[in-house]
Design a protein around this ligand. Structure first.
Ligand code: PNW
Length: 507
């Protein structure tokens, strides 16, 4: 065990040295740097059919296909935050966070999806939560859409239907009207790439498979929905409330498996499809989807006998609507990938086939409880510097970063990851990126979509078998609290009661 830890220390040291982080200066987060934690409605609220809440696509998907959930636990009860929100805020106070990022369940406030019926009890729930947060000076950062579309709108085609742009705008209006006086940070959409690419791969709700076709139509509509909500706020609320509206993109770093030209080229393609596709429409100089992505999909589509490119075009007006439609960039960053050209056959059509690349992890990166998640802290540094260069200094909030473990309070691997990534962020700030805040995913263990509760992301452990979904602070919660308090990353700090445990282990 000791050997293993040494090895990890040695390896992370190597990584840091390679990138020139070996000096002994103490770097500090500024006082106005905002530390927070994140959750989402479906994953924590439970009360899926209580007090007039409508059905979401995740309710439907996991009720219909319980066998896809790793441990069978869906979001029907989750952490029961619908009834336990005061305990949640108590934990936020224990941590001393500056902001709390949570999402609003669209079907909880608009059960039909439309504003024809407004569920007052749902409105009241978020009112209570927001007021409770403000009472303790914790800034609410509110996501409008974190994967839980009202099922009645899915029955009309969901994000594939171009009307979805308007549905979202109407929903956003209700939310801005009700909470705009108190909420200053808005995130329109969480991870359009997951909403669309995963959403139409069959792995996530709505569980429809339409690879390389439906997913791209969804991307267009989701991006436009974001822009419409942004413009609505800009037009009708900004003057009065002076809040900021952004979007959270799932952005991981990727570079060539080796520095061979073909690998670097493959990595550039991968970045264009996973970063550029969502960044360019909002932050690039010309707007619209990346030229490389448009060309690749158009060429493939032609070869496959499609009359037009499977990637829908954006009109001049749509390009204009999207360009500049964010006050800040929310980054959800978890891991990095090594890229090489693919020798293998993918489903055709599909985004994998369009990209034609293969991704992997470096074998030396530390593993989490999730297959896809390995620790490569330099990745967040390189990603931020890349965005700075390509997109001209966007204002950034890290809106999610997290690590999964099994159950248990002694989550040292999460502590290490937290420290490594926060150190990398300090370097990125020093090297000119405008990072305003950082948000841990997640405040507490929750329903990890089809992984159920088999992968734990919480600073607080949740006992899902207990009646009140008891929450207990892990070691990482105490370490994060200390980081927030001191505004520095101390690699050897441990709370007193954990020191004893560590000494015992080392005997
Ligand atoms: C995020 N990746 O999804 C979601 O926003 C959360 O709801 C979720 O619980 C959390 O990450 C942990 O999974 C991700 O492939 C999906 O790197 C995929 C990736 C990262 C995050």
């Amino acid at each position: 065990m000791k050997m293993y830890l040494r090895l990890i220390q040695f390896l992370s040291c190597c990584v840091l040295c390679v990138y020139g982080w070996s000096d002994n200066r103490i770097r500090k987060f500024k006082d106005d740097f905002s530390f927070g934690v994140s959750t989402s409605a479906y994953q924590i609220e439970g009360a899926w059919n209580i007090d007039g809440k409508g059905e979401s696509i995740w309710d439907r998907f996991l009720h219909n296909y319980p066998e896809v959930i790793a441990d069978g636990r869906n979001g029907d009860e989750a952490c029961n935050s619908y009834h336990q929100y005061k305990r949640d805020v108590e934990m936020l106070r224990e941590l001393g966070v500056d902001h709390y990022r949570f999402s609003i369940s669209w079907p909880r406030i608009l059960p039909s999806g439309y504003p024809n019926i407004i569920n007052e009890k749902g409105i009241q729930y978020y009112d209570n939560l927001i007021n409770e947060l403000l009472k303790y000076n914790i800034q609410p950062m509110v996501t409008l859409y974190h994967f839980d579309l009202p099922q009645p709108l899915q029955d009309l085609g969901g994000w594939i239907n171009p009307l979805s742009v308007e549905w979202f705008e109407d929903f956003a209006r209700v939310v801005f009207d009700k909470y705009g006086d108190r909420v200053k940070y808005w995130i329109t959409i969480n991870q359009p790439n997951d909403v669309c690419i995963q959403g139409y791969s069959g792995l996530m709700a709505p569980g429809i498979v339409s690879k390389g076709v439906g997913d791209y139509i969804c991307v267009k509509n989701v991006m436009l929905a974001h822009a419409k909500a942004y413009r609505l706020y800009e037009r009708e609320y900004k003057k009065k409330y002076n809040g900021q509206v952004g979007i959270s993109l799932g952005l991981n770093w990727a570079h060539g498996k080796t520095n061979a030209t073909e690998n670097e080229e493959a990595a550039a393609i991968y970045r264009d499809f996973t970063i550029g596709l969502y960044m360019d429409p909002i932050w690039s100089e010309d707007g619209g989807f990346p030229r490389t992505v448009k060309e690749r999909i158009a060429k493939k589509s032609k070869e496959q006998g499609f009359k037009e490119s499977r990637l829908p075009t954006l009109s001049k007006e749509e390009i204009k609507l999207l360009k500049g439609s964010a006050d800040f960039l929310g980054i959800n960053h978890y891991t990095s990938f090594l890229v090489e050209p693919s020798g293998q056959q993918y489903d055709s059509p599909s985004i994998d086939d369009d990209m034609g690349v293969k991704i992997s992890h470096n074998k030396e990166w530390r593993s989490s409880q999730s297959m896809w998640l390995k620790s490569a802290p330099y990745g967040i540094y390189r990603l931020c510097l890349y965005l700075n260069k390509v997109y001209k200094y966007p204002q950034i909030y890290i809106t999610e970063h997290g690590w999964s473990t099994t159950t248990g309070l002694n989550d040292k691997s999460r502590v290490t990851t937290l420290r490594d990534y926060l150190s990398a962020i300090l370097f990125a700030i020093e090297d000119g990126t405008d990072i305003k805040g950082y948000t841990v995913w997640s405040l507490m263990d929750n329903v990890e979509w089809i992984a159920g509760t088999s992968e734990r992301f919480g600073l607080y452990e949740v006992d899902f078998d207990s009646k009140d979904k008891k929450r207990t602070a892990r070691l990482s919660a105490l370490v994060y609290k200390r980081i927030i308090e001191k505004r520095i990353v101390e690699n050897d700090w441990l709370p007193d009661n954990w020191k004893i445990e560590k000494e015992r282990e080392e005997l």
